[in-house]
Write a protein that binds this ligand. Structure first.
Ligand code: F6R
Length: 313
């Protein structure tokens, strides 16, 4: 049994504030971060940060095996909360075969054993959470390993924001009985993806995400014949660039002219803080939505059943 996800979600900031004793590493060449689902989102966050900050070439990987470009000079960090996820184990084994430097972040499991057997650097995370609820615990060591600047400043900034209960309840009410289509600018894409996954796993409700400007060239047309049950959810940034702001506003005046949109603004000063602030809001809204849907947000039996059906493959 894992810790109730409602309690864990309310503890998100406490988890984020926990001390992390992880040394920074220098990664010559490329870094691949392998992980699935709740253990994969940290890699997506860091991959996106790496596109905007000078922290090296970082790529996230959510699949079996490793990309064809990988060579023995490249690095792999495998993240699996349970340590038993087939795709992540496959990435580790394949990277080991070609001689990459490998590190793991896990509670143990087969990945922990592989790390012990092969002398890979292993960061152990506390047990007992649902993997997706352990995001703050999985993400911080990753940021420390990468020597990401101002991590504790980010923690402070995010913790000091106001998270109004009524606002969270209002978001959940707006999404109740609807199919949320979440839109962000590319620098916040992991937030759109996290909202989508949390609504699906916690509230047991379908949700989708896309980014602006790319959706202006395809998905926008789908709204011509929109289903009244679909609701655009815009996760924006108070300091967004004019070209992005113009596009959001133009969409509200054109494709979504007659459609009620839900809008949330990140209020922090940098990209990572904005991501974590809006991820936290989405996590809270998803458990509130589970409440409205009358479902238990914690278990994800369908995921477990599928893993059992596949027998660890
Ligand atoms: C469960 C969850 C899932 C798991 C995924 C991978 O809370 O979010 O998406 O994270 O099935 O399992 P782990 O995290 O154990 O590698």
């Amino acid at each position: 049994m894992s810790i109730n996800i409602v309690d864990d979600t309310h503890n998100f900031l406490t988890m984020l504030k926990k001390e992390t004793n992880v040394e920074s590493n220098s990664y010559s060449n490329r870094l691949l971060i392998s992980g699935m689902g709740g253990s994969g989102i940290g890699g997506k966050i860091v991959e996106t940060l790496a596109a905007y900050e000078n922290i090296g070439q970082v790529f996230s990987w959510n699949n079996y095996g490793i990309p064809a470009w990988m060579s023995s000079n490249d690095n792999l960090i495998c993240i699996s909360y349970s340590g038993n996820t087939a795709e992540t184990l496959s990435a580790a084994k394949n990277a080991h075969k070609i001689g990459c430097k490998i590190e793991v972040i896990t509670t143990g499991g087969k990945l922990g054993d592989l790390a012990d057997d092969n002398g890979w650097q292993k960061t152990i995370i506390e047990d007992g959470h649902q993997p997706r609820a352990a995001l703050p615990l999985l993400l911080k060591p990753l940021l420390y390993k990468l020597n990401f600047p101002n991590i504790e400043k980010m923690v402070k900034e995010v913790s000091e924001r106001e998270y109004q209960r009524e606002k969270i309840e209002e978001i959940a009410t707006d999404l109740f009985g609807k199919i949320p289509c979440i839109y962000t600018e590319p620098s916040l894409e992991p937030v759109g993806y996290r909202w989508r996954c949390q609504i699906q796993e916690n509230a047991k409700q379908l949700a989708f995400h896309h980014v602006i400007p790319e959706m202006n060239h395809n998905e926008i047309v789908g709204w011509t014949n929109s289903n009244p049950n679909m609701v655009p959810v815009l996760i924006r940034n108070l300091n967004e660039a004019d070209e992005i702001k113009n596009r959001f506003e133009a969409l509200k005046n054109t494709a979504w002219k007659d459609i009620e949109v839900v809008e949330i603004f990140a209020t922090c000063k940098n990209n990572l803080s904005n991501m974590i602030e809006t991820i936290y809001i989405g996590d809270m809204a998803s458990v509130q939505l589970a409440n409205l849907n009358g479902v238990d947000p914690t278990p994800v039996e369908v995921i477990e059943n599928l893993k059992n059906e596949l027998g660890g493959k």
